[in-house]
Design a protein around this ligand. Sequence first.
Ligand SMILES: Nc1ncnc2c1ncn2[C@@H]1O[C@H](COP(=O)(O)OP(=O)(O)O)[C@@H](O)[C@H]1O
Ligand SMILES: N[C@@H](CCOP(=O)(O)O)C(=O)O
Length: 318
Amino acid sequence: MLNNKKIIRAFAPATVANVSCGFDVLGFAVDQPGDEVEIALNASAEVVIKSIVGDKGRLPLQADKNTAGVAVMSLLNALGLKQGVEITLYKNLPLGSGMGSSAASAVAALIGINYLLGEPFQKKDLLPFAMEAERVACGAAHADNVAPSLLGGVVLVRGYDPLDVVDIPLSGQLYCTLAHPNIELKTEDSRQVLRQNIPLKDAITQWGNIAGLVAGLMKPDYDLIGRSLKDVVAEPIRSLLIPGFNEIKDAAVKEGALGCGISGSGPTLFALSKNYSTADRVGRAMQLQFLKHKLNSEFYVSEVNRKGAYVIAEAVTA
Ligand SMILES: Nc1ncnc2c1ncn2[C@@H]1O[C@H](COP(=O)(O)OP(=O)(O)O)[C@@H](O)[C@H]1O
Ligand SMILES: N[C@@H](CCOP(=O)(O)O)C(=O)O
């Protein structure tokens, strides 16, 4: 008798975490780019990464070091299952980019394994497994990349203990430009440069802005969004690691962006705009500024994603 094998292909989008003022508590997903996995069950009791396409050999193939493998192992553990799983990772996102690269691999793998097992978990309940993978990638189980990559939309992590994730309904159109220069910053390193204490004055500015941003997104009030896209906690320090940061940000706003800041822990910068053509012009302006600082870059324009990760296709092989 033939032993049929079901293979699932799943996609998880890149994400912009923090969104300036929401350090570790706010993030949104974009439509593209994103990571993909092909995942199948087998008769062994081991989780293996069969191959990784697109990483130029840089990512660990050991399942307990790769976020895709860690996330799957964590889910299987929760179910008390010793199940063999094989994963092929299509690594489309640049590493150490600030675009939630480590999160996207974990989320795509989770969507795939959950589907293969008959969906024992609701989408939202997959979050703790993806956070476990983030802990391995950058030493902190932050949820502001994995939550929007999984669920789509703009997501607020209201609290971590217990995890309380809130979907922020977006009522208007919103386009994101991601400008990614060809340098890398490891999230782990750019977390270490942060101050551990914040003066009360800065805290007041920051929580005013995060509340203003959430209100602006929900109304929608584009001016309020623009006024609120300010970060006095992480950006003043992290921006020093990004050549030309202030000029690039100024150029984006001059070209019509509502605001601009560091995507995740950088070096990618994000900008928000009301429509596609502005977002596209903003991307060109940002690229030009990076060039002035001797950096090549690519840029992506996408509407803020409302769908999150999904199964692209399933196939059965003999
Ligand atoms: N599947 C994966 N994708 C990306 N990075 C991974 C993956 N698995 C493990 N890592 C590790 O995580 C680190 C990159 O994560 P991070 O700096 O958070 O990048 P990003 O900001 O793009 O998410 C690297 O040390 C890398 O080896
Ligand atoms: N909140 C985290 C987000 C890191 O995002 P990444 O895309 O750089 O992994 C942080 O700011 O450290």
